[in-house]
Every structure is written in C-alpha cells, then in structure tokens.
Design a binder for this molecule. Structure first.
Ligand code: A2P
Length: 277
C-alpha cells in the first residue's frame, strides 16, 4: 500500500495519485482511471476545465471500489469564480462526476486581475461547512495570495497544488506552506507533457543503482520531500510504473543532487499573470 498524508483538518489523502489534465473525456480518460485504480491508485485529480469529469466518474462507478476508499479532487474554473458562481459550478462538477461529495475542492487559479478569489474561497468554506467536500484548498497560489487568504478568511487551505519538479522546486513556497500546515501537491511532477526533464542524465544514473526508471526516481524525490504527487499518464504501463516506487529509497546524496537541478524554470503558466477564462 502507498503512503498517505494527514491534512490540517485530520482528513487523510493518498500521497500519490493520477493526474488527468489533457486526458480526453470518454475512452481515454476512462481507461487511464480504470488502469490507475487497478494498479492501486486511490487519488484521482481532475478539474472542471479538463472537460473529463464525466469519464472520471464512469471509471470510478465501474471500478466496484467503495466510494470512501477513493479520494477525488476537482477544481473550480476561473470563469466560475465568485460566491454564487462557485456554488453553481460545484453542483455541476458533482453531477458530471456522479458523486455525492468531493474529497478535495480547489480554486484552480488565483487570477489576481479578477480579484475574486476571496469570494470564491468563502463559497468553498460554505461547501465545507455543509459537508459537501471533505477538504478545501487552492492551486497555483503564491505566498502573497495565501497570505491574503489567511488574513481575510476563516478556513486555512488544506492543500496548495502548484507546478513543482526538480527544475522548479518551490523552496520558499514549500517552507511557507509547511509553517502554516498547508500540504503541497506537485503538478507536472515529471516536468510536464512535452518537457525534457526526464532526459536529464542524472535520473538514469541514479535509476541504475536501484533498477528504476528516470520517472520513478523523480517521483520518489517528490515522495521523500513529503509532497503529494500526481503524475499524468494515459499509458497503462507507465501508470503502473509510476506507483511502483515504494520498494526503494533515494539516499540523502541522491536527494541533494536532484535538488541542485533547480533553475526556477516553469513549463506552465505563471500564476501572477495567468488570466485565462
Ligand atoms: P503519457 O500520458 O503519454 O503516458 P507530468 O505528470 O509532469 O505532467 O508529465 C506528463 C507527461 O509525462 C505525459 O506526456 C506522459 O505521457 C509522460 N509520462 C508519464 N509517466 C511517464 C513515465 N513513467 N515515463 C515516461 N514518460 C511518462
């Protein structure tokens, strides 16, 4: 069995999950989620804007796994920010997923230019107090936006999901989150689709010592940094490989050499300027 982490409200969350950004709704996402569940994954990370909540929901329903054994994350999209809009968007996500509750609901992007994330957060607090979500959190929040949320609202986010990998190790944000008991979740943990992080020779060099692939070495680095990690794949063999990382341990020297690859380089959008609707 894979490890879990305990969130700041006592809810436990699997430390590794399947990310489904860019997995097409229908057969592609259903096969990916089904094979992840069959490989032992119990955390699935989707979002309204991915357009694949229906397929994710079908795969969960068809798995025969008890609902309470699966941890589902989804996210409110930028165009739906605002108090009433978020409550309405949540109901639609729930309906598409075919679920009665969500385990973790996130604000997808802060969109500071809109200045609606505080109202949006109040809607998440309402969903949380109504028992429709087991935990609430944010995604793509910098220290500045977290600081404002902490100052102006009541519930401390359980999770901040951000782009994080060896080239963008987010050291300052991670220590801020740890200080405030906010779990950090890495997206694009392998350096993203079309990225070349996995070609870094250091990972194959380290992997040879443990008979593991570059992807397995990188995922193990996330786990040993106490991060929640959601590698994306639609390839069943890779999905199985990515969770087969609990039979080896990177040395502190391996960890330090990987950490030294940081160049603060993003593959995705910058949260301070991203303003897509
Ligand atoms: P695919 O979905 O075609 O299997 P990230 O999680 O950082 O966003 O990376 C996702 C990208 O990495 C996708 O292109 C995915 O391809 C690829 N990928 C996922 N797992 C592995 C793996 N074990 N080995 C190589 N590439 C992988």
């Amino acid at each position: 069995m894979q490890p879990t982490i305990t969130l700041n409200n006592g809810v436990t969350m699997p430390q590794i999950g399947l990310g489904v950004w860019q997995a097409k709704d229908g057969q592609e996402v259903e096969t990916a989620v089904s094979s992840a569940l069959a490989s032992g994954y119990r955390l699935i990370d989707t979002a309204a804007v991915y357009g694949n909540e229906s397929g994710v929901g079908r795969a969960i329903a068809n798995s025969g796994i008890p609902r309470e054994d699966i941890f589902i994350t989804t996210k409110v999209w930028n165009a739906d920010q605002g108090y009433d809009e978020t409550l309405a968007a949540f109901d639609k996500s729930l309906e598409r997923l075919g679920l009665e509750y969500i385990d973790l609901y996130l604000i997808h992007w802060p969109v500071p230019a809109k200045d609606k994330y505080i109202d949006t957060w109040r809607a998440l607090e309402k969903l949380y107090s109504d028992g429709k979500v087991r935990a609430i959190g944010v995604s793509n929040f910098t220290i500045e936006y977290l600081e404002r949320l902490l100052n102006e609202t009541t519930v401390i986010p359980a999770v901040n999901q951000v782009e994080l990998h060896p080239r963008l190790s987010q050291v300052a944000l991670r220590s801020y989150c740890t200080e405030h008991a906010i779990a950090v979740e890495s997206y694009s943990p392998l350096g993203g689709t079309g990225g070349d992080l996995l070609n870094e020779p250091l990972f194959s060099e380290i992997g040879q010592k443990y008979d593991k692939s570059a992807a397995q070495v990188v995922l193990r680095w996330h786990i040993q940094n106490s991060l929640v990690v959601i590698p994306k794949s639609v390839t069943p063999e890779r999905i199985a490989q990515n969770i087969d990382i609990f039979d080896f341990e990177l040395s502190s020297d391996d960890m330090a050499r990987i950490a030294a690859l940081n160049t603060n380089t993003r593959v995705g959008s910058n949260p301070e300027t991203a303003n897509f609707t």
